[in-house]
Design a protein around this ligand. Structure first.
Ligand code: CP3
Length: 342
């Protein structure tokens, strides 16, 4: 189906756009009362994510209610460990928890490479229903966690400031670490290809914990696996968002991805220099959305001027915080549209 609004795809491919496309990480979620109503009906995050009709409904909400230029499928990066045989729970007010974790090569023998058509059929069905609901209005983004970030959860078992259990394995047992990272990578490639076959128009890799690694460790334990994924996904543009990996921008810029996501710690002009040949995405501090309408507009104007209107996808530098006023989000989106129109 032809897209009515293909700004995101044109920007990702480096083609000319009459204005900058804009969407927000975590746009399908708790900022909207309409989301919270569906979430209530579902009873739990996992019920919502595994019921394709409801997952599709909350995926469409930001397109209808906020005016973003893309939808991102409602799911979570943690569906991959679950599909490999390591289920998670989402605990209210606390976040994800894995009742069991993996720590040895023997543990890894109990896992399997994810088979998306069976293990993750609910996500693929949600993508198909969402595509029908979108009827070509905007592109649909598929996603997965980067292998290192998924490794963090599968070994640590929960969120952490340091992920010291996960990092201990990198130093103490590189063989275990590389074996698990490869299993995750193989699962992720199959999963992203299945999302694309189901209708995803672009895919994004979230390396949310990239910033806890040293540059050297990042080169050994994260980049080679992201590279494998980028090289394997040739069907649609790929975005790599490695939160906190300011030190790896040049190397990320040399991957075969189309778009590099930036967080707000990364200087825009410096990033353009380090990554001269790719589209950049980002990078407004989500906390700007707590300020006044005038200040939000001023910050957006500054950001668009620094990035320039071309080879650019406007976004926040990380997911939108749940207590953000949706009217402030609308202000952000409208300001991008206004200040980036040619
Ligand atoms: O972007 C979107 O709107 C699509 C949906 C999406 C979710 N999670 C839904 C969600 C996406 C892209 C994610 C990715 C994700 N999940 C990441 C990478 C992005 C990032 O923020 O760094 C990570 C690290 C996770 C793991 C995860 N899921 C955590 C740590 C938590 C708890 C804390 C939190 O942010 O809420 C989740 C839960 C989660 N994932 C919720 C949503 C809407 C909240 C659960 C609820 O509604 O009860």
């Amino acid at each position: 189906m032809n897209l009515k609004n293909d700004l995101l795809l044109r920007a990702a491919r480096g083609e000319k756009t009459e204005r900058t496309p804009v969407w927000m990480m975590r746009q399908a979620g708790r900022i909207l009362v309409e989301y919270r109503a569906v979430r209530e009906k579902a009873g739990s995050f996992i019920n919502l994510a595994t019921t394709p009709e409801m997952a599709a409904e909350v995926t469409l909400q930001p397109v209808d209610l906020l005016g973003v230029d893309a939808a991102i499928i409602f799911s979570d990066i943690l569906v991959i460990p679950e599909a490999m045989g390591l289920p998670y729970e989402m605990v209210e007010q606390r976040g994800p928890v894995f009742p069991s974790t993996v720590h040895s090569l023997a543990d890894l023998q109990k896992l399997h490479i994810a088979e998306p058509e069976t293990d993750l059929k609910y996500v693929l069905d949600a993508i198909k229903i969402t595509k029908e609901g979108l009827a070509g209005r905007v592109p649909l983004i598929g996603f997965a966690g980067a292998p290192f970030t998924i490794f963090c959860y599968m070994t640590e078992g929960k969120g952490s400031k340091t992920f010291s259990v996960a990092k201990k394995h990198l130093y103490a047992d590189p063989e275990f670490s590389h074996t698990l990272l490869q299993q995750i990578t193989d699962s992720t490639i199959a999963y992203l290809k299945a999302q694309i076959a189901a209708g995803a128009d672009l895919v994004q890799l979230f390396d949310s914990w990239a910033g806890i690694l040293s540059p050297e460790q990042y080169r050994v334990f994260s980049l080679p696996y992201i590279k494998q994924i980028c090289d394997a996904i040739t069907e649609v543009p790929v975005t790599v968002f490695a939160k906190g990996a300011f030190f790896a921008r040049k190397e990320i810029g040399e991957l075969s991805c189309s778009v590099v996501g930036l967080d707000w710690n990364m200087d825009i002009a410096e990033s353009r220099e380090l990554i001269p040949n790719k589209t950049l995405q980002g990078n407004l501090d989500p906390c700007v959305l707590y300020s006044s309408y005038d200040q939000i507009r001023a910050e957006v104007k500054k950001m668009v001027n620094q990035f320039g209107t071309q080879r650019y996808i406007a976004n926040l530098g990380h997911g939108v915080y749940p207590d953000t006023d949706p009217d402030k989000v609308r202000c952000f989106i409208e300001a991008v549209k206004e200040f980036s129109s040619l």
